[in-house]
Design a protein around this ligand. Sequence first.
Ligand code: BGC
Length: 759
Amino acid sequence: MKKQNAEKFDIDKKASLLTGASYWRSASLEGEVRSVRFSDGPSGVRAQGKRGDYLGVNGSFPATCYPSHSALSCSWNENLCEKIAGEIAEEAKFFGVDVLLAPDLNIKRNPLCGRNFEYFSEDPYLNGRLGAAYVGGLRAYGVGSCVKHFAANNAEFGRMVCDSVVDARTLREIYLTPFEIAVKSSQPEAVMTAYNKVNGVYCNENAYLLDTVLRGEWGFNGAVISDWGGTHDRIAAVKAGADLEMPSCEITHEEIRSAIKAGILTEDDIDKCARRIVRLASVVTPRARECNFSAHAETASAAAAECAVLLKNDGTLPLDGKGKTVLVGGFADRPLIQGGGSSKVNPKNRESLRGCLHGTVDGFAYGYKTDGKHCKRREKRALKLCAEADNVIYCMGLPKGDREAVDRKDLSLPENQTELLKKIYSLGKKVIVVLYCGCVVDTSWDNGASALLLVGLAGQGGARAAADILTGKANPSGKLTESFPLNLADVPSSEYFGKSPYYTVYGEGMQVGYRYFSAHPEKIKYPFGYGLSYTRFVYSGTKTESGGISFNIKNDGEADGAEAAQLYVRFPDGANAPFIQLKGFTKIFLRAGESKKAFIPFDEYTFRSYDGENSRWVEVAGKYTFYIGASSQDMRLVGVVERKGAHTSVPAEKTDGLTPFVCEIKRDAKGRVIADEYTPLCELKNAVGIAGRVFSGLALFAVRGKDTVYGSMRHLPLRTLAQFGSFKRKTLRGMILMFNGKFFKGLNEIFSNKTDGDI
Ligand code: BGC
């Protein structure tokens, strides 16, 4: 197909490009513009057949399931991210997928966010760098990336209606920086807007985010795509620069035509979006005939081993083969490898720790039920087995905590698992806990453990990786990318998180993760950047060289291993910055006894601060103290860099003036809800018309309660419902009339002969 200029098509054709053609495809113009096929990401390809969905409910073709982003980030290894993305791209090409809906760059603001397992970390710089590497990996194999969810999408509760109320400095320094780094260094083909609003405006309609920042300041020249069902006012979105609405929506084409007729949209507005969609279509290339799934399975296991974090070890690990070792826990048999929702991959294969340790351990017992139910019989058998052993490997996990669309209520693991663990402790054996979860959990139960290995949600290779680490075949080198607090209440955002589906005030400002805990070490259990190894690393000889910091690392132990060294910077007082900030890192492999020189460069992000009052980045003059750390609380080297900077100070973030939410639900004098296209389903329970109340009752019954994946549909706006249900525009109009008490008029509208062209 030849290269196309969007302008040459007539308005109708151009308008047809602005909404999807189906669940996973953009529209094509026969013989002229190709249709782009999308698929989730990020931990493998979720290529679906006819029955597409955005919650991971329907099946998909088997593909390699790699570590989830939360695990992958613990490798602190950009090359690994790039490699995995490259293999995912090869599989995407095999399934005929052109653009992968990944990487996910949102910040882990609060441990309860159900989707944290899909995000890299609590740090913007780390997210940006890993994201940029991932984008590069996809591109190397000819697959486009769609970085998501832009922006400030840090909770699942009310995600389709929620307003993230955040001050300018925090927004820039914490929540936009990951996207900025990925966009500037790797120019992804697309950016996906988040469902939520930022400061009162839906991300998909947010001209500040899309036009001023993303395109204007960062020079993004790709396409902006809505999240699936994340369009509200499509006309406002086009004006703001949101090019493609996904998935297909029966209503859109007509809306655009009427807006042009009414002079609300110009042809130029449409041209801009169409041009970018046409450009995006140039990523489409023929499908690959072959794919080396067995090589990918090897990578998946090796990667999982690099991502696991050894949190505790009194020397019991690696196992030395002496004494009797038994394995306990349902998750040793049915491993948790990934979270739920749109990222769910149908794994090509899945090994269990029980299978991988066959011949190494002297017995296995389930111990507990993985659904959280108590089972005395299983407990009894497990305790009997443990009583005869010297070492117990005990697998624990969070069965349903890592899920899109649902936030957790607390940090606890199921009681049946923690109770059994305590009973095992009382037998006085050496207990090695293996933990499967993609998020922060309470670990107050670990006091009796000799070792604690966080495998995370490590994909299909997680079991082999755990077995290799337990037996010493692999040396752990993963380090945490999210702080494990002693108490959830100590996380500064806890005061604000999950209070309302309609708004969340970012009142904690920049005090996210280690930015807060590094100044309050007494509140932290396992810090950001922390992880143990089977060897020791000695840091020495730091020097400020032009453009960066150099130092030496020596592997001073008996095992080969890798170390993730981290550069933290403390800004001068005038910068009003958080205590320390991660500004660089490097992962180095060293044979036992070997030393290497390491170098961490400065870049445009190292010394900058955002001046929210004057809307600009500035450099504050003064002394910047840098620390080379083995974690955010284990600084090994220190030095000072004096910067001239044009400013003496910059204002702190302004969290006290954050405007509370203004409710948009329209009501009549009696307080009953007047429905419109944007009314969330659950609000119809107080609708003016009985039809609205009945409809809402049935719909809420169908989505079964707040705490399920379907439960997120409680807040589905009516237009989105119409989009997912493929309703015509007149059907939506008719429904709204009925919900507002005009039952027969509405019915008449729905069954009228009007075409959608007759407004
Ligand atoms: C998720 C996106 C995903 C899309 C398509 C949405 O629910 O937020 O991350 O790419 O569905 O499955």
